[in-house]
Design a protein around this ligand. Structure first.
Ligand SMILES: NC(=O)C1=CN([C@@H]2O[C@H](COP(=O)(O)OP(=O)(O)OC[C@H]3O[C@@H](n4cnc5c(N)ncnc54)[C@H](OP(=O)(O)O)[C@@H]3O)[C@@H](O)[C@H]2O)C=CC1
Ligand SMILES: CC(C)(CO)C(=O)C(=O)O
Length: 342
């Protein structure tokens, strides 16, 4: 079986290192030439909850050859239009492409490589790209917690999704979900809220939680997503046993407190993590905000639901991308939040 990771930056390097270390032969494909060179010459160096260097084979996209049986997509969604048509040339009719990107990427990936080949999943850990060949895993992936929720778009438990799970289990626990879209929308809450506010303020997750206004915005962004997702007829998957509907806050102080408790519980061990959108801003790159908060705004329009907080998050993040705004807590001034005193 030929297995590849297409896009081996922060996340793909960590996945590739674990899969290769635990007995699979998985090729890492990436367009960053210096990184590919370092991976081949020195191995994938993973820091964070582990410190390991794993010999891996890495190639540039133009070095791809033959057909791959299973491909994990870990490029940014912003690269899909350019990258995925090229990937298609290296797939059989029954190749499986599992997108692990953030947002709700399955429909876009299906368009480029075929719905018959596409499965997907949410990733419940994070990573930061440090330097060529080196990636830091930003939470403990060795403690036995579930690392991936994967599934078919139509929710069927197929042989091929079990095959994909068996591969990912070489890194850690995997859950096959019958409600992939529910898992996607639950993760969309995490990314639109915490990754959104981390990018808006230029802060790690702990600093967002420590700032009263930034932290209040989390619940306001969440409540818009809850409304839109409900209108779309998708049922959220629970996260760490929590009902995602508890994460939103619109009116009462009790709602506010419940919402804050959810965010604090989920992010307790992730306070030093940095959203991948923030990592992109720091590198002067375009972010995936159109596919995260922007996706909520787009779906809100479709269902006639206003999404002002997601809308501001998109505008601020684009302002930072375009160098019109600083990467700073000062950007909180654009968010007009309700009074939330007891
Ligand atoms: N970082 C995190 O904590 C998490 C990220 N995610 C999601 O995972 C996905 C990947 O994120 P992350 O690893 O942080 O992103 P990175 O930007 O670190 O990695 C993406 C890699 O893909 C490479 N790439 C771009 N275009 C191509 C191409 N045409 N062919 C092959 N490789 C290409 C990039 O190279 P180059 O630098 O040259 O552009 C880069 O090395 C995103 O969708 C993100 O939202 C999900 C959970 C957590
Ligand atoms: C780090 C993590 C897991 C945040 O929830 C993430 O998905 C991201 O920022 O892209």
């Amino acid at each position: 079986m030929r297995i590849a990771i297409f896009g081996s930056g922060a996340m793909g390097t960590v996945l590739g290192a674990f899969l290769n270390k635990n007995g699979l032969e998985v090729v890492l494909i990436d367009s960053y030439a210096e990184h590919v060179k370092a991976l081949n010459e020195k191995g994938a160096h993973i820091i964070g909850c582990v410190d390991m260097t794993v010999p891996v084979k890495a190639i540039l996209p133009e070095q791809m050859e033959g057909k791959y049986d299973i491909v994990f997509v870990f490029t940014k969604q912003t690269s899909n239009a350019e990258a995925l048509p090229k990937l298609k040339n290296f797939l059989n009719e029954d190749s499986i492409v599992c997108t692990l990107q953030n947002g709700v990427p399955e429909y876009s990936v299906s368009e480029y490589i075929g719905g018959n080949r596409t499965v997907g999943g949410t990733v419940l850990w994070g990573a930061t790209f440090i330097s060529p060949g080196v990636s830091e895993v930003t939470q403990d992936v060795t403690c036995g917690d579930n690392l991936f929720d994967i599934g078919e778009i139509d929710g069927k438990i197929t042989d091929r999704i079990q095959k994909v799970a068996a591969v990912l289990e070489h890194m850690g626990p995997v859950c096959i979900v019958e409600n992939l879209m529910g898992a996607r929308w639950s993760k969309l809450i995490l990314n639109s809220c915490m990754s959104g506010m981390s990018a808006v303020t230029g802060s790690v997750f702990g600093d967002v939680l420590n700032n009263l206004k930034a932290s209040a915005c989390l619940g306001l962004i969440a409540s818009e997503i809850i409304e839109v997702c409900t209108a779309a007829g998708v049922k959220f998957e629970d996260v760490m046993g929590m009902d995602m509907k508890d994460w939103g806050w619109t009116a009462t102080y009790d709602d506010y407190e419940l919402s804050q408790r959810c965010f604090r519980k989920f992010y307790a061990d992730k306070r030093t993590a940095k959203a991948s959108m923030l990592q992109d801003l720091e590198k002067g790159k375009k972010t995936e905000v159109d596919m995260i908060n922007g996706f909520v705004v787009e779906q809100g329009k479709k269902y006639g639901i206003p999404t002002p907080f997601n809308d501001i998050a998109v505008k601020v993040i684009k302002g930072i991308e375009n160098k019109e705004l600083p990467l700073s807590m000062d950007n909180l001034k654009f968010f007009d939040i309700p009074d939330f005193k007891a």
